[in-house]
Structures are given as C-alpha cells and as structure tokens.
Design a binder for this molecule. Structure first.
Ligand SMILES: Nc1ncnc2c1ncn2[C@@H]1O[C@H](COP(=O)(O)OP(=O)(O)OP(=O)(O)O)[C@@H](O)[C@H]1O
Ligand SMILES: [Mg+2]
Length: 435
C-alpha cells in the first residue's frame, strides 16, 4: 500500500511526490528551502489566542528559549519491551559530548502494559482504546519529566524541547506506515515544554524503514578509530556499524528480549529472566535453534531492514515450537535456545555486514543480562562490553538519542540516514507540539 505517496497534500504548498519518485535526494523542483519557508511564513501564532492555551507558569516563551541557546533537552523512550519509560535530561552542545544531568526509569503500570501489548494486534474498538492509552502514556511521560526536572533543579523554561518517542504498536514500513502511540499535545500541555514527536513517519514517507534512527547518534558519541559496533538490546535488537571515515550503517537484527521476556512470563510468571539465570539452567537445543533461524526468511534479508512485534510475537514462536520435530523441549531449554537465538542472529548479521568489527558495545536492558552478554561474547568472538565503559550507561543511550533527535529537529537538521533506512534522502525527522 503506497497511498501515502498519492494523498493530496493540501496542508503544504509543496507538490505531493509522484508515485515511484526516483531516488534523487533533492527536494522537488520549486519547493522552498527551510530558510525560504521561514522567511515567507509570517507569524505562526494567530492573534487572540485564548487564555486556556497559555503555558504553565515557569515555562519560557519560544523567544526566551531561542535566546537561551536552548542546550537542555529531554529524551523519553518506551520501547518494544513495554517495560517502562526511560528518560534523560541532557545538555547538548555542538562539539562536546552530551552531559546527562538527570535520568529516570519508570516502570510501565501493569494495566497500561497489558493494554499496549493488546493494541499490537487488531481488536475491538481499537481507535478509542489507542487514544486513551496514548493519553495514559503521556501522563507517565509527564511524570518522568517532573522527575528529571526535580533531579536537575532546572525549571521547565530551561528545556528547549522534549523528544518523546511514543509506543510502537504497528511497524509496517513496507506498507507505508509505522505507528507510535503518543499524545504529544497533552505532554506539552502538562509540562509547558515544547514536544517533538513522531520521529519515524517522515522517513517512511520518503520510502525508508523509519528505523533504526539511532545510528547517527551512536556515530556522534561512540565513533572510533577502529571498526566498532554498537548494539541496542531492547525488545528488538538493532546494530550500528561504525567504520572510520565512513557514514554509519545500521539495521535491526531480530529479537533481543521480546521472546526471553514472554517465555519467562509464561513459564515463571516473571517479567524477565533476571541476569539470564533461568536460561543458565537449560541447554541450547541446536536443532531447534537451526530451525528457528532457517524458518524465518527475514533473518537472511539484506539491510536496510527493521522489524517489531508485528513479526516477532508469540504466535511466531508457538508456530515453530509446534512444527519442531525433536522431542518436546523443556521450558528452560527453550529459554536457553532463545537467548542463543538473539546472540547468534546478532553475530551472523555483524559478520555478514561488517566482518572487520573489532569490538561490540551494548546498550539497552539486554546489557544488564549477564547470561546474554556471555552468549554474545561466545557467538561474536570479539570483546563485548556495555556502553558504560564508554561513559554512557546502557540504560540511558536510547533516551539520550531522542533528546539528540529533538535537538536535530529544532535545528531542522536532517537526522535520517538514507544508507541506514533506505529512504530516498535525508529528512528532518519529527513534528513539533509547542508548549
Ligand atoms: N537484570 C536483567 N536481567 C535480564 N534482563 C534484563 C535485566 N535488566 C533489563 N533486562 C531486559 O531489558 C528489557 C528492557 O530493555 P529496554 O528498556 O532497553 O528495552 P525497550 O524498552 O524495548 O527499548 P528499545 O525498544 O528502545 O530498545 C527488559 O524487558 C528485560 O528483558
Ligand atoms: Mg524499555
């Protein structure tokens, strides 16, 4: 489905791109540059704005924010694990490493988690339920912001913008859409801070995967004089390949924690396998591992590629376990095999795309799983460390990336990397919800 390419573009004075637009990275002829648009745009705030729309006390006007230089940003991430919200407040200044001034991790309330997971599939009255869940998520985001401001001692008016990822409930770039539930208008209202949201859609509209978006950020903060990979282990695993003096590459490699969590929940009633201890009691079943990899063509696809719960969900696993022709596996052996599946598919992907990788730095919750880290070192045959060793705690990296992406948006700096996502060109990513 490519109807996004043909939709009337009545809100913009740019012509809609014709279907099958060639790969040219230039904007269509006659389109205004961002500078031109700014010049002819005129005032953006209509006169007579009603009182109810005033930002809360302590919030800065856009002019004040501009004058301050706006180097404080908040990033909020809630990923495919649906375990919680990670937030950071950071000072981002050109040419300097980011300075994290505060960080929070709020657990996802059980009812909201259940609803967000349910909304990953089609269901009864899903539009209304999605809108309500998005509002709940925005309230949780606002709590994270309150925590960050309290920790840092900064007022809301000192924050240039919040980058709020939202919760992915569908990721179908090949059908022309990706959907992150979010209520950025409510978040702006609750915090009095400008919110940048919906980071993925524009890249998808330009023919890209809309994911992963973190490689340019990883390159900016973790670039190295030798082949290095940065691996994020959330629900899904994504890798950034950093090669000296080349633009970053990156793609999803498949499941990271999504099966480890779900299998553990089903058999132990626990949200995740703490430090991989349960997996350590089982044996890797080589024929099952082989079958899991061989039965899924997605693993063998070349980049650019991205994925999500749309593909890697419990139906995927249950179908394969039902088709497994070995003896009925013990649950702990399945857990051990799923842990090896994550490590093996990461290693296969890195070996295929960047055999010269010398070292791998891991971020995301998976970096805290000692068993998974051992599996990675075994499969990768290279040094594997958490990004803490590079000065950024593993749990903060993705949230920091969305602070960085919000800054890129405010500067109207294209943050999409066509070599990563397959988009027709670099695009400015995000949409602004002013306070
Ligand atoms: N001590 C631990 N032992 C085992 N697993 C852990 C531990 N701590 C965290 N995890 C795993 O990390 C997951 C959360 O990671 P994270 O928050 O990075 O994922 P995410 O929300 O999917 O993020 P994203 O989509 O941005 O990558 C948990 O669901 C769990 O599987
Ligand atoms: Mg998380």
């Amino acid at each position: 489905m490519t109807d996004h390419q043909n939709a009337p573009n009545s809100l913009s004075d740019e012509p809609a791109p014709p279907p099958g637009r060639p790969k040219a990275e230039q904007p269509p002829r006659g389109a205004a540059s961002p500078q031109q648009r700014g010049q002819r745009g005129g005032p953006r705030t209509p006169p007579g704005r009603p009182k109810a729309e005033q930002p809360p006390q302590g919030a800065a006007s856009p002019q004040q924010r501009g004058q301050r230089g706006g180097s404080h940003f908040i990033g909020l991430m809630s990923g495919t694990s649906v375990d919680g919200v990670d937030g950071v407040l950071a000072r981002l200044q050109d040419g300097q490493p980011p300075q994290v001034l505060a960080s929070v991790s709020l657990p996802m309330p059980a009812a909201l988690r259940t609803e967000l997971l349910a909304l990953n599939q089609a269901g009864q009255d899903e539009l209304a339920r999605a809108a309500l869940a998005a509002n709940e998520l925005a309230r949780l985001y606002a709590q994270a912001v309150t925590g960050l401001l309290g920790q840092s001692g900064l007022p809301a008016g000192d924050i240039a913008a919040i980058g709020a990822h939202g919760q992915t409930v569908r990721h179908r770039p090949d059908s022309g859409y990706t959907l992150q539930l979010n209520a950025p208008a409510l978040l702006a209202e609750l915090t009095g801070i400008d919110v940048v949201a919906d980071f993925r859609s524009r890249d998808v509209a330009a023919g890209g995967q809309g994911a992963p978006l973190v490689p340019p950020f990883h390159a900016a903060i973790f670039g190295a004089p030798q082949g290095r990979a940065v691996l994020n282990l959330g629900g899904i695993a994504n890798v950034t390949l950093l090669t000296p003096s080349q633009p970053p590459r990156g793609f999803d490699t498949g499941p990271a924690n999504v099966f480890l969590d779900a299998w553990c929940q089903r058999h132990l009633g626990q949200a995740f396998d703490m430090d991989g201890r349960w997996a350590a009691t089982g044996q890797v079943l080589a024929p099952l591992l082989e079958q899991l990899i061989a039965s899924e063509p997605w693993f063998a696809l070349p980049p650019p590629k991205s994925t999500g719960r749309d593909l890697f969900n419990m139906r995927w696993l249950d179908d394969r376990l039902a088709a497994y022709d070995g003896p009925a596996p013990a649950p702990q052996d399945v857990q051990a095999t799923l842990q090896r599946l994550t490590a093996r598919t990461v290693a296969n992907a890195i070996d295929a795309a960047a055999a010269g990788t010398r070292e791998v730095y891991v971020c995301g919750g998976g970096a805290r799983n000692a068993g998974l880290m051992r599996e990675l070192a075994y499969c990768l045959q290279r040094p594997v460390h958490a990004t803490d060793a590079l000065g950024v705690p593993a749990q903060q990296v993705e949230a920091l990336a969305f602070a960085w992406l919000a800054q890129a948006f405010l500067a109207r700096r294209p943050a999409g990397v066509p070599a990563v996502t397959g988009a027709r060109g670099p695009r400015v990513l995000g949409a602004l919800y002013p306070a």
